[in-house]
Design a protein around this ligand. Structure first.
Ligand code: BES
Ligand code: ZN
Ligand code: ZN
Length: 473
């Protein structure tokens, strides 16, 4: 039912024309319109400024057409998915795009429309009323199905992040992965609690063992032929900081610390729904970074899966610990592409803000493809370097690695360098230090959980692994 807002209206439905007009094109567009429309738009003061939405009545008092303003060229560079704003302003009904976008602008705008239908109202008794959300017929020339898949996957990601930690612990995250696996005939194996020690995943155990909610590693596999794509996502269902407890203000949003897991789950859904010819694997260490007598302590030295020893100088730098084991496991198979997504550092947000996650890779082709994909898919990313001269910062002396360098310099880079120590064989490795949260509403992006980077990766992978992976025929 809710998912219907992530789909377009049936092509045969009767629909109201929706014209999208930029301020520079307003005069020319008005010239194409009948006198009645021009008079009305003049009367209500339509100037095509960004987000301005006007309904024009017909002679009988019905709705003849709607007009949506895009603003000037500058406003269009600043914003993205502008059409998303129209969905929140138009009256209910089914619309079709009568004028406005070039073909190459359509996918982003149509996705914006679908994403603007997202609501997280599971916990609200009085909702805005779903029936009031307007619908759009996809233009015949648009890749409607692909856009619907992207939207449905992003909805899943948002739902997973928005669900409070009380209802999205390691077990519920597992249930969500099992449900997705069921839908696409994927296989999942799970390693729980003390078995993490027997299976040589000691860092996942160390981070998760203080919680009553048993830590686990989720391992999903799908597809039987083609290149190996492995996705690893940080699944810290709540991050108290551990014994180095976070102050209240920093802990408030930490239900989103499984945002990396939520994003790779969404990305996996896209790959499976689009039926890519690949061997997909998704690894999610699902834990809660909690406090109890069995919590890991500052100063403890842990031995990771690959044998490296790590001094835990801050129990709040837990993400890199759980990812270390998961990445080492992923790397053993030497996949053709290894993608890691994590809400890993506050430093990434300080450097680039909440809307522009940094990514790290040593593979120049992958870097280029990701930067291109970020533009094409309106999924902003910015490359930061694995700056080798900072390697000494993650070497404490009494162990091989330090999980929390003192000094607080280049925190996102040092975290990335730490992760890279666990990837030895895989050539195409990229790590994304995402924020996973939209702090205030923008078109297509309500405040709350937010997938970042998944669409850019989806665009980039066929560039580096070959276009054949996209076609099963
Ligand atoms: N989950 C946090 C990172 C985070 C904080 C992401 C705020 C997004 C917003 C992570 O586990 C963490 O606490 N990292 C520490 C590392 C430090 C102790 C080296 C950080 O970034 O402060
Ligand atoms: Zn932390
Ligand atoms: Zn964390």
């Amino acid at each position: 039912m809710r998912q219907s807002h992530a789909a377009f209206a049936a092509p045969e439905s009767a629909s109201i024309p929706l014209h999208v007009v930029g301020s520079e094109g307003l005069t020319a567009w008005l010239d194409t319109q009948p006198e009645r429309v021009r008079t009305w738009l003049d009367a209500v003061g339509f100037t095509a400024k960004t987000g301005q939405t006007v309904c024009v009545p017909d002679a009988a008092g019905g709705l003849a057409l709607a007009v949506f303003g895009l603003g000037d060229a500058q406003a269009r560079i600043r914003g993205r998915m502008a059409l998303g704003a129209a969905r929140g302003k138009l009256p209910r009904g089914i619309y079709h795009l009568a004028s406005g976008f070039e073909d190459d602008e359509l996918p982003e705008q149509l996705l914006g429309w679908l994403l603007a239908g997202y609501r997280f109202d599971r916990f609200r008794h009085r909702t805005g009323g779903d029936a009031d959300i307007p619908a759009l017929k996809a233009p015949p020339r648009a890749e409607a199905r692909r856009i619907e898949v992207l939207a449905a996957a992003e909805w899943l990601t948002r739902d997973l992040i928005n669900t409070p930690a009380s209802q999205m612990g390691p077990e519920e995250l597992e249930t969500s992965v099992l449900a997705l696996a069921d839908e696409f005939d994927a296989q999942v194996s799970v390693t729980y609690g003390d078995d993490l020690l027997h299976e040589n995943l000691p860092l996942i155990h160390a981070v998760g063992r203080a919680s009553d909610r048993i830590p686990r590693l989720l391992d999903l596999r799908w597809g039987h032929e083609g290149p190996r794509i492995t996705l690893v996502g940080k699944g810290v269902c709540f991050d108290t900081g551990g014994l180095n407890i976070k102050p209240g203000a920093s802990m408030g949003l930490m239900k989103k610390d499984m945002g990396g897991a939520a994003t790779v789950i969404g990305l996996a859904m896209m790959i499976m729904a689009l039926d890519w010819k690949v061997r997909l694997r998704v690894l999610i260490p699902a834990v809660e970074n909690s406090i109890s007598g069995s919590a890991m302590r500052p100063g403890d030295i842990l031995t990771a899966r690959n044998g490296l020893t790590v001094e835990v100088n801050n129990t709040d730098a837990e993400g890199r610990l759980v990812l270390a084991d998961a990445l080492a496991l992923a790397d053993e198979e030497n996949p053709d592409a290894l993608i890691c997504m994590a809400t890993l550092t506050g430093a990434a947000r300080v450097a680039l803000g909440p809307d522009l996650p940094p990514f790290y890779t040593d593979d120049e082709d992958l870097a280029l493809a990701l930067s291109d994909g970020a533009m094409v898919e309106a999924d902003p990313l910015w490359r930061l370097p694995f700056h080798a001269p900072y390697e000494p910062l993650i070497e404490p002396g009494i162990a091989d690695l330090d999980n929390a360098p003192s000094g607080g310099m280049a925190g996102s880079i040092t975290a990335a360098l730490f992760l890279r120590r666990f990837v030895q064989k895989t050539r195409r490795f990229a790590h994304f230090d995402i924020y996973g949260w939209q702090p205030s509403a923008m078109p297509g992006r309500p405040k709350g959980g937010q997938g970042q980077g998944a669409r850019a990766v989806l665009w980039a992978l066929p560039e580096v692994l070959g276009p054949d992976i996209e076609n099963r025929e």
